[in-house]
Structure formats: structure tokens, C-alpha cells
Design a protein around this ligand. Structure first.
Ligand code: C6P
Length: 417
């Protein structure tokens, strides 16, 4: 194992990873007879006790339906639920809680926007995405394009896995109506220059959506500074529960869109002659919401806020740096995605090895990574690979775990040569 003293000293003042790991009970188990090394955080991150406790407390002490105003438990549940919305508002620096819509996740948030914008789109209009998008930020647009006659146009990327800004500039034109771009790539780790892109799009009156699924676990976005119209993310990648996510939308944008689903909660008044919609954010929240999950997400954000986020980012960066340094210790290993600005995600291939074999053999050694196309098939096509192996790090991972990954990869590589 490596000498960890340098990086640990550098980050220990504000950031004690050993203590942090105690907050995540799932991490201290054995898998296949080996201590678990969880490096699949990009797919879904683990949950701290603070989140587990908040949800447990909610169900034990205050569960009831929200916004019904009928009794004390209902009031408590509503306060906890709306309190979580305020926590998210503050996390994103949105102007108002009416701009924070609960969804099931990033996927539903993007579908909501795509459907909401459909009435404004017509044949010949263009929706600009990029070649590195997750399917969640391609397919909903394709479905809307099919309905409206609009066209989905991909911005090219460079071999390093950065957006080709010349391609972006050349594709912006009078027909461009929407720019929908990932803040950080789930495969390449690339952090895109979204502020600059939004600003250029705005100057042309183009509606902008940022997919923040892989960004928010690593840094805090400021939607007012970014000035995007929409920002989407999932709770489960942000150390919160599954089944809930967030769509931020500027008030004027949300006001101008029709509801996504019909039912209870989203109406003001219903009659067979005429039905009217509830105010924001409820207009987009049909049916009983995921109450405990909202509470859990609020707890996850408060947990993150209790740390020095810069120290956290530095610690994550040190993990990626360490991984980059060790690549040459595995013959035939190549990193896919070498952008200058990256979240701690490392996709790779090893000559002569199928990604799924790498994943299976690592799992036997207690190491969890993800393999496959990562719901980014156009990106796999760009690199001419069927899939990649991907280690995605979180702030609770250690340098020692990075070393264990590479020791295991060396073993896997030897087995096959
Ligand atoms: N990426 C991964 O392993 P949902 O499933 O709705 O929570 O998130 C979808 C999604 C959207 N955008 C990006 C950039 C994403 O990374 C994801 C989810 C996971 O990379 C599961 S495929």
C-alpha cells in the first residue's frame, strides 16, 4: 500500500475521512470475504446515519399525508416536507421555494421539462444536447422532437472528452430553441463550461437546462449565478434516498408550462366544465408525494453542509489524482476522459479485457465499480467501445481504497495475460 501521509495531512484539518466513514454504516461490511470498497457512487451513493435517522424519525413520529391541514400529524409532516424544500432552495440558491419541484429523479425532471416545452416547439426547431449526455438528457428530447417535428442536434466532443466549443458555437443558430447539457459527465467526469454556454444561449433567447445529476454530489451549484432556466438532480446520488429528485425552474418558465401530470394536489378547482391549476410548485406535483424521501434528502443536504465543502472537494480531487498516477502500474490500461476539469469519475479500459470481466473480478475482491455503456451509448460509439469500466469516488473513499483498486486491477490484468 502507498504512503498516505502526504495527502491525509493536507486534508485532515477540516476533513477526517475515518470519522466520516463511521457515519456510513454500509461501508464497514465485508463483501465476498473482503472489506467492501465502494466505488460505484456515480450510479448511487451511500446514505449517512443522519439520513437514515431522519426518515426513521419521520415515519415513527409524524407520518401522515401533507397539505391536508386536517390534524396535528399532518401539520408536522407538512412542515418537515416543506422544510426540506427550503433546504433544497438554499442548496441551489434559488430565489423561492416555488421554483423547487419534487420529481422522482433527474430523469423525471427532464421529461417534465421536455413535455412542458413541447407546445412551444415546431417543425425545424433545434434542441441542442451534447455527445456526452446520459440517455436521460437525450431520449426525452427525441420523443418530443418526434411529436413536434423539432430536431435533436448533438454538440461534438474532443478526444479528451471536453465539449468542442467550436462545434457549440457553430451549431447555435436562429432555429435553436433549447440547450440541454450535462453539468458533469457520468462517464468522463468532465465538468462542462455551463455558465459560459448558458450566457451565450441566453443572448439568443434559447431556453437552457442543466443536468446536475453528477455535479451536485461533488460541488454546490448556484442557479442564480449560472442563470440557467432549469436545473435537475437526483437525491440518491447526493447521499439521500432513492425515489426523489429535484427540478429547479425559473418562476416565469414554470408558470408558462402546462402541468406534467394531472390528479390531486396540482389543481386549484375541478369541475366538468373547467379545471384550473394550483400555484407553483404544486402545479407540477400531482398525487401524494414522496414525503419521507424529501425529508431524507433535506437531511442529506444538511449533513453535507456540516462539512467544509472545499476540503471535501480537495479530498475527492486527491483520490482522482492518486488514481491518475497509478494508471501506468496496470499494463494496457487507458483512461477515457481526460478533461482538465473533472469530478472524481474514472472510466477506463484495459487492453484485451472486457469491462464486465473487470467488474466481476473486482467484485470478487470486494470492490464495487460499474461497467457497461453507463446509459451513454452515443458516447460509447464516439470512443468505439461497447462499454467501459468506471470507478466513481465519493468523499468517504480513501486513498488506501484507490490503492486497493489498482492492486486488484494489476491482479486482474495478470490473470488474463
Ligand atoms: N446515471 C450512472 O451510473 P436518475 O436515474 O433519474 O436518478 O438519473 C439519471 C441520470 C441523468 N443524468 C446523468 C448525468 C446521470 O449520471 C444519471 C444517472 C447513473 O451513471 C445511472 S445510469
Amino acid at each position: 500500500m502507498s504512503d498516505l501521509s502526504v495527502a491525509n495531512t493536507a486534508t485532515s484539518k477540516a476533513f477526517d475521512v475515518k470519522a466520516i466513514r463511521q457515519d456510513f454504516p454500509i461501508l464497514s461490511q465485508q463483501v465476498n470475504g473482503k472489506p467492501l470498497v465502494y466505488l460505484d457512487n456515480g450510479a448511487s451513493a451511500q446514505k449517512p446515519i443522519a439520513v437514515l435517522d431522519a426518515m426513521d424519525h419521520y415515519y415513527r413520529e409524524m407520518h401522515s399525508n401533507v397539505h391536508r391541514g386536517a390534524h396535528t400529524l399532518g401539520d408536522r409532516a407538512t412542515a418537515a416536507f416543506e422544510g426540506a424544500r427550503e433546504t433544497v432552495r438554499s442548496f441551489l440558491n434559488a430565489r423561492s421555494t416555488q421554483e423547487i419541484i419534487w420529481t422522482r429523479g433527474t430523469t423525471e425532471a427532464i421529461n417534465l421539462v421536455a413535455n412542458g416545452l413541447a407546445p412551444r416547439l415546431k417543425a425545424g426547431d433545434e434542441i441542442l444536447v451534447s455527445h456526452m449526455e446520459h440517455h436521460a438528457n437525450i431520449v426525452p428530447w427525441q420523443m418530443i422532437a418526434e411529436r413536434t417535428g423539432a430536431k435533436v442536434v448533438p454538440i461534438q466532443i474532443t478526444p479528451q472528452g471536453e465539449l468542442d466549443m467550436e462545434s457549440f458555437n457553430s451549431l447555435l443558430n436562429d432555429r435553436t430553441r433549447v440547450l440541454a447539457i450535462t453539468h458533469a459527465s457520468n462517464v468522463l467526469g468532465t465538468i462542462n463550461p455551463v455558465a459560459e454556454m448558458v450566457s451565450q444561449a441566453k443572448a439568443r433567447g434559447i431556453i437552457t437546462l442543466l443536468d446536475g445529476a453528477q455535479a451536485v454530489p461533488h460541488f454546490q451549484p448556484d442557479v442564480q449565478a449560472l442563470d440557467c432556466d432549469f436545473y435537475a438532480f437526483s437525491s440518491h446520488k447526493l447521499f439521500g434516498p432513492t425515489g426523489i429528485g429535484v427540478l429547479y425552474g425559473k418562476t416565469a418558465m414554470l408558470e408558462a408550462m402546462p402541468p406534467y401530470q394531472g390528479g390531486g394536489e396540482m389543481i386549484e378547482r375541478v369541475s366538468f366544465e373547467r379545471t384550473t391549476w394550483n400555484v407553483l410548485p404544486y402545479k407540477f406535483e400531482a398525487g401524494t408525494p414522496a414525503i419521507a424521501e424529501a425529508v431524507g434528502l433535506g437531511a442529506a443536504i444538511r449533513y453535507l453542509n456540516s462539512f467544509d465543502r472545499e476540503a471535501m472537494e480537495a479530498a475527492e480531487h486527491a483520490l482522482l489524482e492518486r488514481a491518475n498516477q497509478l494508471v501506468e502500474t496496470v499494463p494496457g490500461m487507458t483512461i477515457i476522459g481526460t478533461a482538465k476539469q473533472k469530478v472524481p469519475v474514472m472510466s477506463f479500459k484495459i487492453e484485451g479485457l472486457h469491462p464486465s470481466d473487470i467488474g466481476t473480478l473486482l467484485d470478487q475482491q470486494g470492490i464495487a465499480i460499474r461497467t457497461g455503456h453507463h446509459c451513454a451509448m452515443p458516447l460509447m460509439d464516439f470512443y468505439g467501445v461497447p462499454g467501459t469500466a468506471r470507478a466513481s469516488f465519493a468523499f468517504y473513499n480513501t486513498l488506501d481504497e484507490v490503492d486497493q483498486l489498482f492492486t486488484a486491477l494489476q491482479k486482474v490484468q495478470r490473470l488474463f495475460t
